[in-house]
Structure formats: C-alpha cells, structure tokens
Design a binder for this molecule. Structure first.
Ligand code: FE2
Length: 291
C-alpha cells in the first residue's frame, strides 16, 4: 500500500480531510464504498451482456499502446452504446479468439449507465453527486461508463495518461470514479498514480482533426514523473476518485485472477464540452446527473 490516505464513507459524507487529500494528491481513496453485493450484481450483469456479444461479428481490440481501436467505427460509435472490446492477446495471427469470449474482453463501453438498468442503478448513486459537487462540479453529468475486465494472464497494461486527454471540457472538469469490483493488487494489475501530478499541465488531447480522423495531439512535452508513482491497491468495493489531470496507469495482468473494475467519467454541465471530442452521443440521449 502507498502513503496515499484511505478513507471510509460515514454519516458526515464528504469531509474536509477528503477534500484536502484530493486537492493535494489529485486522487481520493474511499474503502468499502460499494458493498460486495453491489459489486457482484454488476459482475453478474456484465456476464449476461457478454453472453449476447458475438465476437464473430465484431473483433475490435482495445489497446492503449497501439491505439488500433481508434481507426474502428465500432469504437468511434460507442459513445452512446454498449459495445465490447477485446484484449490484444486474445486473438491469434488469423484473428481468431484464443480463449472463451468471457475471458477475452478488455472492456465494455461506453453508455451502460444510461442503457442498462443494473448499471444505471449502480451508477446513479446520490453519494457520488455529493462528492462531485464537493469537488467543484456545479452540474455533475455522467458522460461515460466503462467496465474493465483485466482478464487472467492476458489483461493488458494501460499506459500513463490523464483522463481529460480523452474527454475535454473548457475549462477542464472531468472527474473519474473508479470502483474495484474485485480486489485489485500489484499482482493482477492494480492502478498506479503520481500524487500531486494533477497540478501539472494536460499533456495530450485525443480528438477528431479537421479531416475527421482521431488523433493524439501533443499539448505539452513535460514528462510524467513515473519514478514517483505509487500503487493504489484497492480491495473489492473501494472507490478511487481521480482528478481529470491526475496521471495514472496500470500494469498487465499475468496472474490467474481477473481484476474487474467499473469507471464513470463525469463532467461539469456548466463547462463547454469540446465538439471535437471522440465521444459522441445522439440528441435523444442528453446527459443525466446522478439524481
Ligand atoms: Fe484513466
């Protein structure tokens, strides 16, 4: 465990000590935020969703190292859908799955919080509204949900990044809520982060260019201080709140245990959502708040 302070959610809700930690570190760890039953309900539901996924129809690999998914319409159109992305190592040279589909998923995204009743119930938690407002959001709006599988043995790494790279508002406002649905340890690829790194500049933007291609634009050359990273191990039920500029990463999972997690990305509806962001939603799906 790192020297990042750990909190529990009590009758007082958000406390001054939580706000102080978040302001200093850019990350806030709240143990036991969700019950084991809540986590299990989401895991069971995700299994049902994967039952209905036909990998013969769509084989889109999600990789933060190659960004191969960025070229795929299946990814680009997933902002208001429930879609399934595969692990890089789950396919052989001929593009065939090397294991059962339930052990091949990298993630599911990106609108389960609106489209699936079980994910909706987990996501629309009044305590998250209280948290988002206390952290400075005037109108918290749920923008994106991701169910991240990190399957045993082949779970891919996530390179160091800031979430505002992918979901940019003016001014910056993204907050990430990351829930451990299973114990996340160093062995199965827990998150790591750089305390205080949120005070640095936004390094990159992933967005559409004038030609309609998804590109990663370099905004600032300052390297991430990865030698200062601390591990953010998280027992099942833990909530980790991430400032949109907080640099974080996770290693591959080479262990026999999966590391399932769920994330919500929330923006302030009072800020401007940049029109060249990758994530698009239909006009029939306006953003909703937590309550
Ligand atoms: Fe992230």
């Amino acid at each position: 465990m790192s020297d990042i302070p750990r909190f529990t959610w009590g009758a007082d809700g958000v406390t001054p000590a939580m706000l102080e930690a978040y302001g200093r570190d850019g990350v806030l760890v709240i143990d036991g935020f969700k019950s084991a039953e809540d986590c299990d309900r989401l895991i069971e539901r995700a299994d049902v969703l994967v039952d209905g996924f036909d990998p013969e129809q769509e084989r889109t690999v999600f990789s933060t190292t190659s960004r191969a998914h960025a070229a795929a319409d299946y990814f680009a159109g997933s902002g208001d859908k429930i879609r399934f992305f595969l692990e890089e190592e789950a396919l052989d040279a001929d593009g065939r799955l090397t294991r059962p589909k339930h052990q091949a998923i990298n993630k599911i995204g990106h609108a389960m919080h609106d489209l699936d009743p079980v994910f909706d119930a987990f996501s629309h938690d009044p305590r998250l509204d209280e948290l988002a407002r206390a952290l400075g959001q005037a109108q918290p709006k749920l923008l994106q949900s991701m169910y991240i599988w990190k399957p045993p043995m082949i779970g891919g790494e996530v390179v160091c990044h800031q979430d505002s790279t992918f979901l940019t508002t003016d001014p910056l406002s993204v907050v990430g809520f990351w829930f451990a649905l299973e114990d996340a340890t160093v062995d199965n690829g827990c998150m790591w982060g750089i305390p205080g790194g949120h005070l640095g500049p936004l390094r990159n933007r992933f967005h559409y260019d004038d030609a309609g291609r998804l590109v990663t634009e370099k905004l600032d050359d300052t390297p991430f201080e990865e030698d200062r990273k601390v591990c953010l191990e998280a027992p099942k039920g833990t909530l980790i709140v991430l400032h949109g500029s907080f640099p974080h990463l996770s290693g591959p999972n080479r262990s026999p245990k999966s590391r399932r997690a769920y994330t919500l990305h929330v923006i302030d509806g009072a800020c401007t959502y940049l029109p060249d962001n990758w994530l698009k939603r239909g006009a029939d799906m306006p953003l909703r708040g937590f309550v």
